[in-house]
Design a protein around this ligand. Structure first.
Ligand code: NAI
Length: 332
C-alpha cells in the first residue's frame, strides 16, 4: 500500500525544487502518495493565516511531510511557518547530514557527519524580558528530559547508520549548571550504547576543529543555539546552501526540508539547485524505510554530478532546475 506523505511546495524557488524532488522520488520506485497542500503568504487572504489548520491536520494524519522553503516577510506580523510547524508538532530533533559530494565545490573533502540539534529549548525557548530601560535578560532553559531525548536520538541514529562516534558539544566549563546538565544527561544515555564511542568537545574548540579537520567527526549532538550555528557552519563545509538537506523529527512525525530559503531573486527562472530538497527527500525515504530507493536516488545524484552539463549554475553548470531533474530521472 502506498505511503501517504504531505507535500508543501512552499514559495519562491520552492515549487520548482519540489516538483523535481517529487518526480525523482517517484522514479526511484518508492510507493508514495503525495497529499499536496499550500502554506505561506498565499494562504493569508483565504484563511487568515499562513499555516491553515487543514495543513497541520494533514501532517498530523500522515505523520510525514516534505516541505519547500517559505518566505517570512520581514516586519509584517506573521509568525514563521517553520517555527509554528516545529512547535505544534513537537519536532524536537533537527538533523542535518553533511557529506561532501563529488564535483560540488568546497574547501574540504572527506566530510561525512550528522549534526543533531536539540530543537525545543535552550535560549530559543523565548523566555526573555526587559530589566528596566537599558538591560534585557534571556533565560537559557536546559532540562534533563529534553537532553536525554536528543542524546538518545543521536545514539540511535549512530547505531542505525553504523556510525562509530558521538561527540557531545557544550560549554560546561563556564555554564556549569545548564550545559553541565546537558553533558551529564547525554553521557548517561551513552552508557546504553557501549559499542559507540562517546567523547565531548567545548563549543569554541569544536568550531576550530571543524574548520581544520572536519573529517574527524561522525555524529555531533548539541543544545539548540550551538546546534543552529554549527549546522550552518557544516553547510559551508560541504559547499553551501544548495546542497544542504535537513529534517525536523518528533516522537510522532517528521518534516523534511532543505536548509535554504525561498531565494526570491532566482525564483521562477529555472535556476535553483534542486539537490538540497532532493537530499532532504532521501532522508525522508530512509525514515520511511525505503532504504533501497534512497540508495538509488543517492547514486543518481552522484552520477549526475559527474557531468557538468547537467548541473545548475551554482554548481558551475548551465542546466536548469528541470533539466537537472530530468537527467537524474534518466539515470534512475
Ligand atoms: P536563501 O537561502 O533563500 O538565499 C540565500 C542565497 O543562496 C541567495 O543568493 C540564493 O539565491 C542562494 N540559494 C538558496 N538556495 C538555493 C538553491 N537551491 N539553488 C541556488 N541558489 C540558492 O536565504 P534568504 O535570502 O536569507 O531568505 C529568503 C527567504 O526565505 C526569507 O523570507 C526567509 O525568511 C526564507 N527562509 C525560509 C526557510 C524555510 O522555509 N525553511 C529557511 C531560510 C529562509
Amino acid at each position: 500500500m502506498a505511503v501517504k506523505v504531505t507535500l508543501i511546495p512552499g514559495d519562491g524557488i520552492g515549487p520548482e525544487v519540489s516538483a523535481v524532488t517529487k518526480d525523482v522520488i517517484s522514479a526511484s520506485g518508492a510507493d508514495i502518495e503525495w497529499e499536496l497542500v499550500e502554506a505561506g503568504e498565499k494562504c493569508i487572504e483565504e484563511y487568515g493565516t499562513p499555516l491553515p489548520d487543514h495543513v497541520l491536520e494533514t501532517v498530523r494524519r500522515n505523520k510525514v511531510a516534505l516541505k519547500g522553503p517559505i518566505t517570512t516577510p520581514i516586519g509584517k506580523g506573521f509568525r514563521s511557518v517553520n517555527v509554528a510547524l516545529r512547535q505544534s508538532l513537537q519536532l524536537y530533533a533537527n538533523v542535518r547530514p553533511l557529506r561532501n559530494l563529488a564535483n560540488v565545490p568546497s574547501r574540504y573533502s572527506g566530510v561525512n557527519m550528522v549534526v543533531v540539534r536539540e530543537n525545543t529549548e535552550d535560549l530559543y525557548a523565548g523566555v526573555e524580558h526587559r530589566v528596566g530601560r537599558d538591560a534585557a535578560e534571556s533565560i537559557k532553559i536546559i532540562t534533563r528530559e529534553a537532553s536525554e531525548r536528543i542524546g538518545r536520538y543521536a545514539f540511535e541514529l549512530a547505531r542505525r547508520e553504523g556510525r562509530k562516534k558521538v561527540t557531545i558539544v557544550h560549554k560546561a566549563n563556564i555554564m556549569k549548571l545548564s550545559d553541565g546538565l546537558f553533558l551529564d544527561s547525554v553521557r548517561q544515555v551513552a552508557r546504553d550504547y557501549p559499542e559507540i564511542e562517546c567523547d565531548d568537545r567545548i563549543i569554541d574548540a569544536l568550531c576550530m576543529n571543524l574548520v581544520q579537520q572536519p573529517e574527524q567527526f561522525d555524529v555531533l549532538v548539541l543544545p539548540n543555539l550551538y546546534g543552529d550555528i554549527v549546522s550552518d557552519l557544516g553547510a559551508g563545509l560541504i559547499g553551501g546552501l544548495g546542497v544542504a538537506p535537513g529534517a525536523n523529527i518528533g516522537e510522532d512525525g517528521a518534516v523534511f526540508e532543505a536548509v535554504h530559503g525561498s531565494a526570491p531573486q532566482i525564483a521562477g527562472k529555472n535556476l535553483a539547485n534542486p539537490l538540497a530538497m532532493l537530499l532532504s527527500g532521501v532522508q525522508m525515504l530512509k525514515y520511511l524505510g525505503f532504504s533501497a530507493e534512497a540508495l538509488r536516488v543517492e547514486q543518481a545524484v552522484d552520477a549526475v554530478l559527474a557531468h557538468k552539463e547537467n548541473l545548475t549554475p551554482d554548481l558551475g553548470g548551465s542546466a536548469g532546475t528541470q533539466e537537472m531533474g530530468e537527467a537524474m530521472i534518466r539515470i534512475l
